[in-house]
Design a binder for this molecule. Structure first.
Ligand SMILES: O=C(O)[C@H](O)[C@@H](O)[C@H](O)[C@H](O)COP(=O)(O)O
Length: 252
């Protein structure tokens, strides 16, 4: 395992990535549920849910204290929850319907609102949970501190719905914001901002595939003039761990 700054980078073959990711998430769930009786997790769309496929299996199905999980989304598409493009639906079908997380602990985006309204609404709901001490604030930045954020990365180096060259990448006041011109369809999305991602206690970046190799090289490889892709701005207060497959790591 290689170390970069505070980040650990591991490259996996075949099933090993999903096996290791499940153990990583389960270990953090045990840590936070025993330390503070809750585990706040932010999910992504894309292939993340597929990579979490070992969690609803033995031994984790029985060993994880699912009732203590509080589930959020890093980003969501502005579509009905039943739509094929919905990140909520993806997580529901692939993970949430298979594990006993109380429905009240699952914070889906309100799909009856416009993008602007849904972003405001999601931020307000996170603020309410901060008031109830379910989510803490980072003492250094004042942004909400999730226990674990699970990030994917697109071939262009985007994370959540923070795309290269888009002004949202610089957002430094809002906790949750919206985009109406996402280069990855569908165009309307809401997303947590970088200060929230970077306040997290733990962050995992799960990246697989040959199309991602150039972006991975630009952020983790040795380059004289590294291009600042959004993924390069992931720098949590806590620990960052990269889970790569051989294709994504092929240019390192
Ligand atoms: O809603 C989305 O589009 C996702 O949340 C998105 O941010 C995703 O995490 C990346 O695009 C990586 O996608 P893959 O894991 O499929 O490469």
């Amino acid at each position: 395992m290689a170390e970069t700054n505070k980040a650990a980078v591991e490259v996996f073959e075949g099933e090993d990535l999903a096996v290791s990711l499940a153990k990583y998430v389960a270990d953090l769930s045990n840590k936070f549920t025993s330390e503070r009786g809750a585990f706040t997790v932010c999910l992504s769309g894309g292939s993340m849910i597929e990579y979490l496929r070992k969690l609803p299996e033995s031994p984790y199905l029985d060993s994880i204290e699912w009732s203590k999980w509080q589930v959020f989304w890093l980003d969501e598409r502005v579509v009905p929850k039943t739509h094929e493009d919905s990140n909520y639906k993806l997580a529901l079908d692939g993970l949430l319907c298979k594990v006993p997380i109380p429905p009240g602990n699952v914070y889906a985006i309100n799909d009856t609102l416009s993008a602007e309204e849904a972003a405001d609404d999601y931020e307000t709901r996170i603020r309410e949970l901060v008031d109830k001490n379910l989510i803490t604030l980072s003492p250094s930045s004042g942004f909400p501190k999730f226990d674990l954020v699970l990030l994917g990365m697109g071939p262009d180096g985007h994370v959540a719905s923070l795309f290269p060259g888009h002004p949202l990448v610089q957002e430094n006041k809002r906790w949750v914001t919206f985009i109406k011109d996402s280069p990855k369809p569908p165009p309307e999305r809401i997303t947590l901002t970088f200060p929230v991602i970077n306040a997290s206690a733990y962050a995992a970046l799960v990246v697989t595939g040959k199309k991602e190799a150039d972006a991975i090289h630009s952020v983790l490889g040795k380059s004289e003039n590294p291009i600042k892709l959004p993924v390069a701005l992931v720098s949590p207060e806590g620990e960052l761990k990269w889970f790569l497959d051989k294709d994504a790591a092929s240019k390192l």
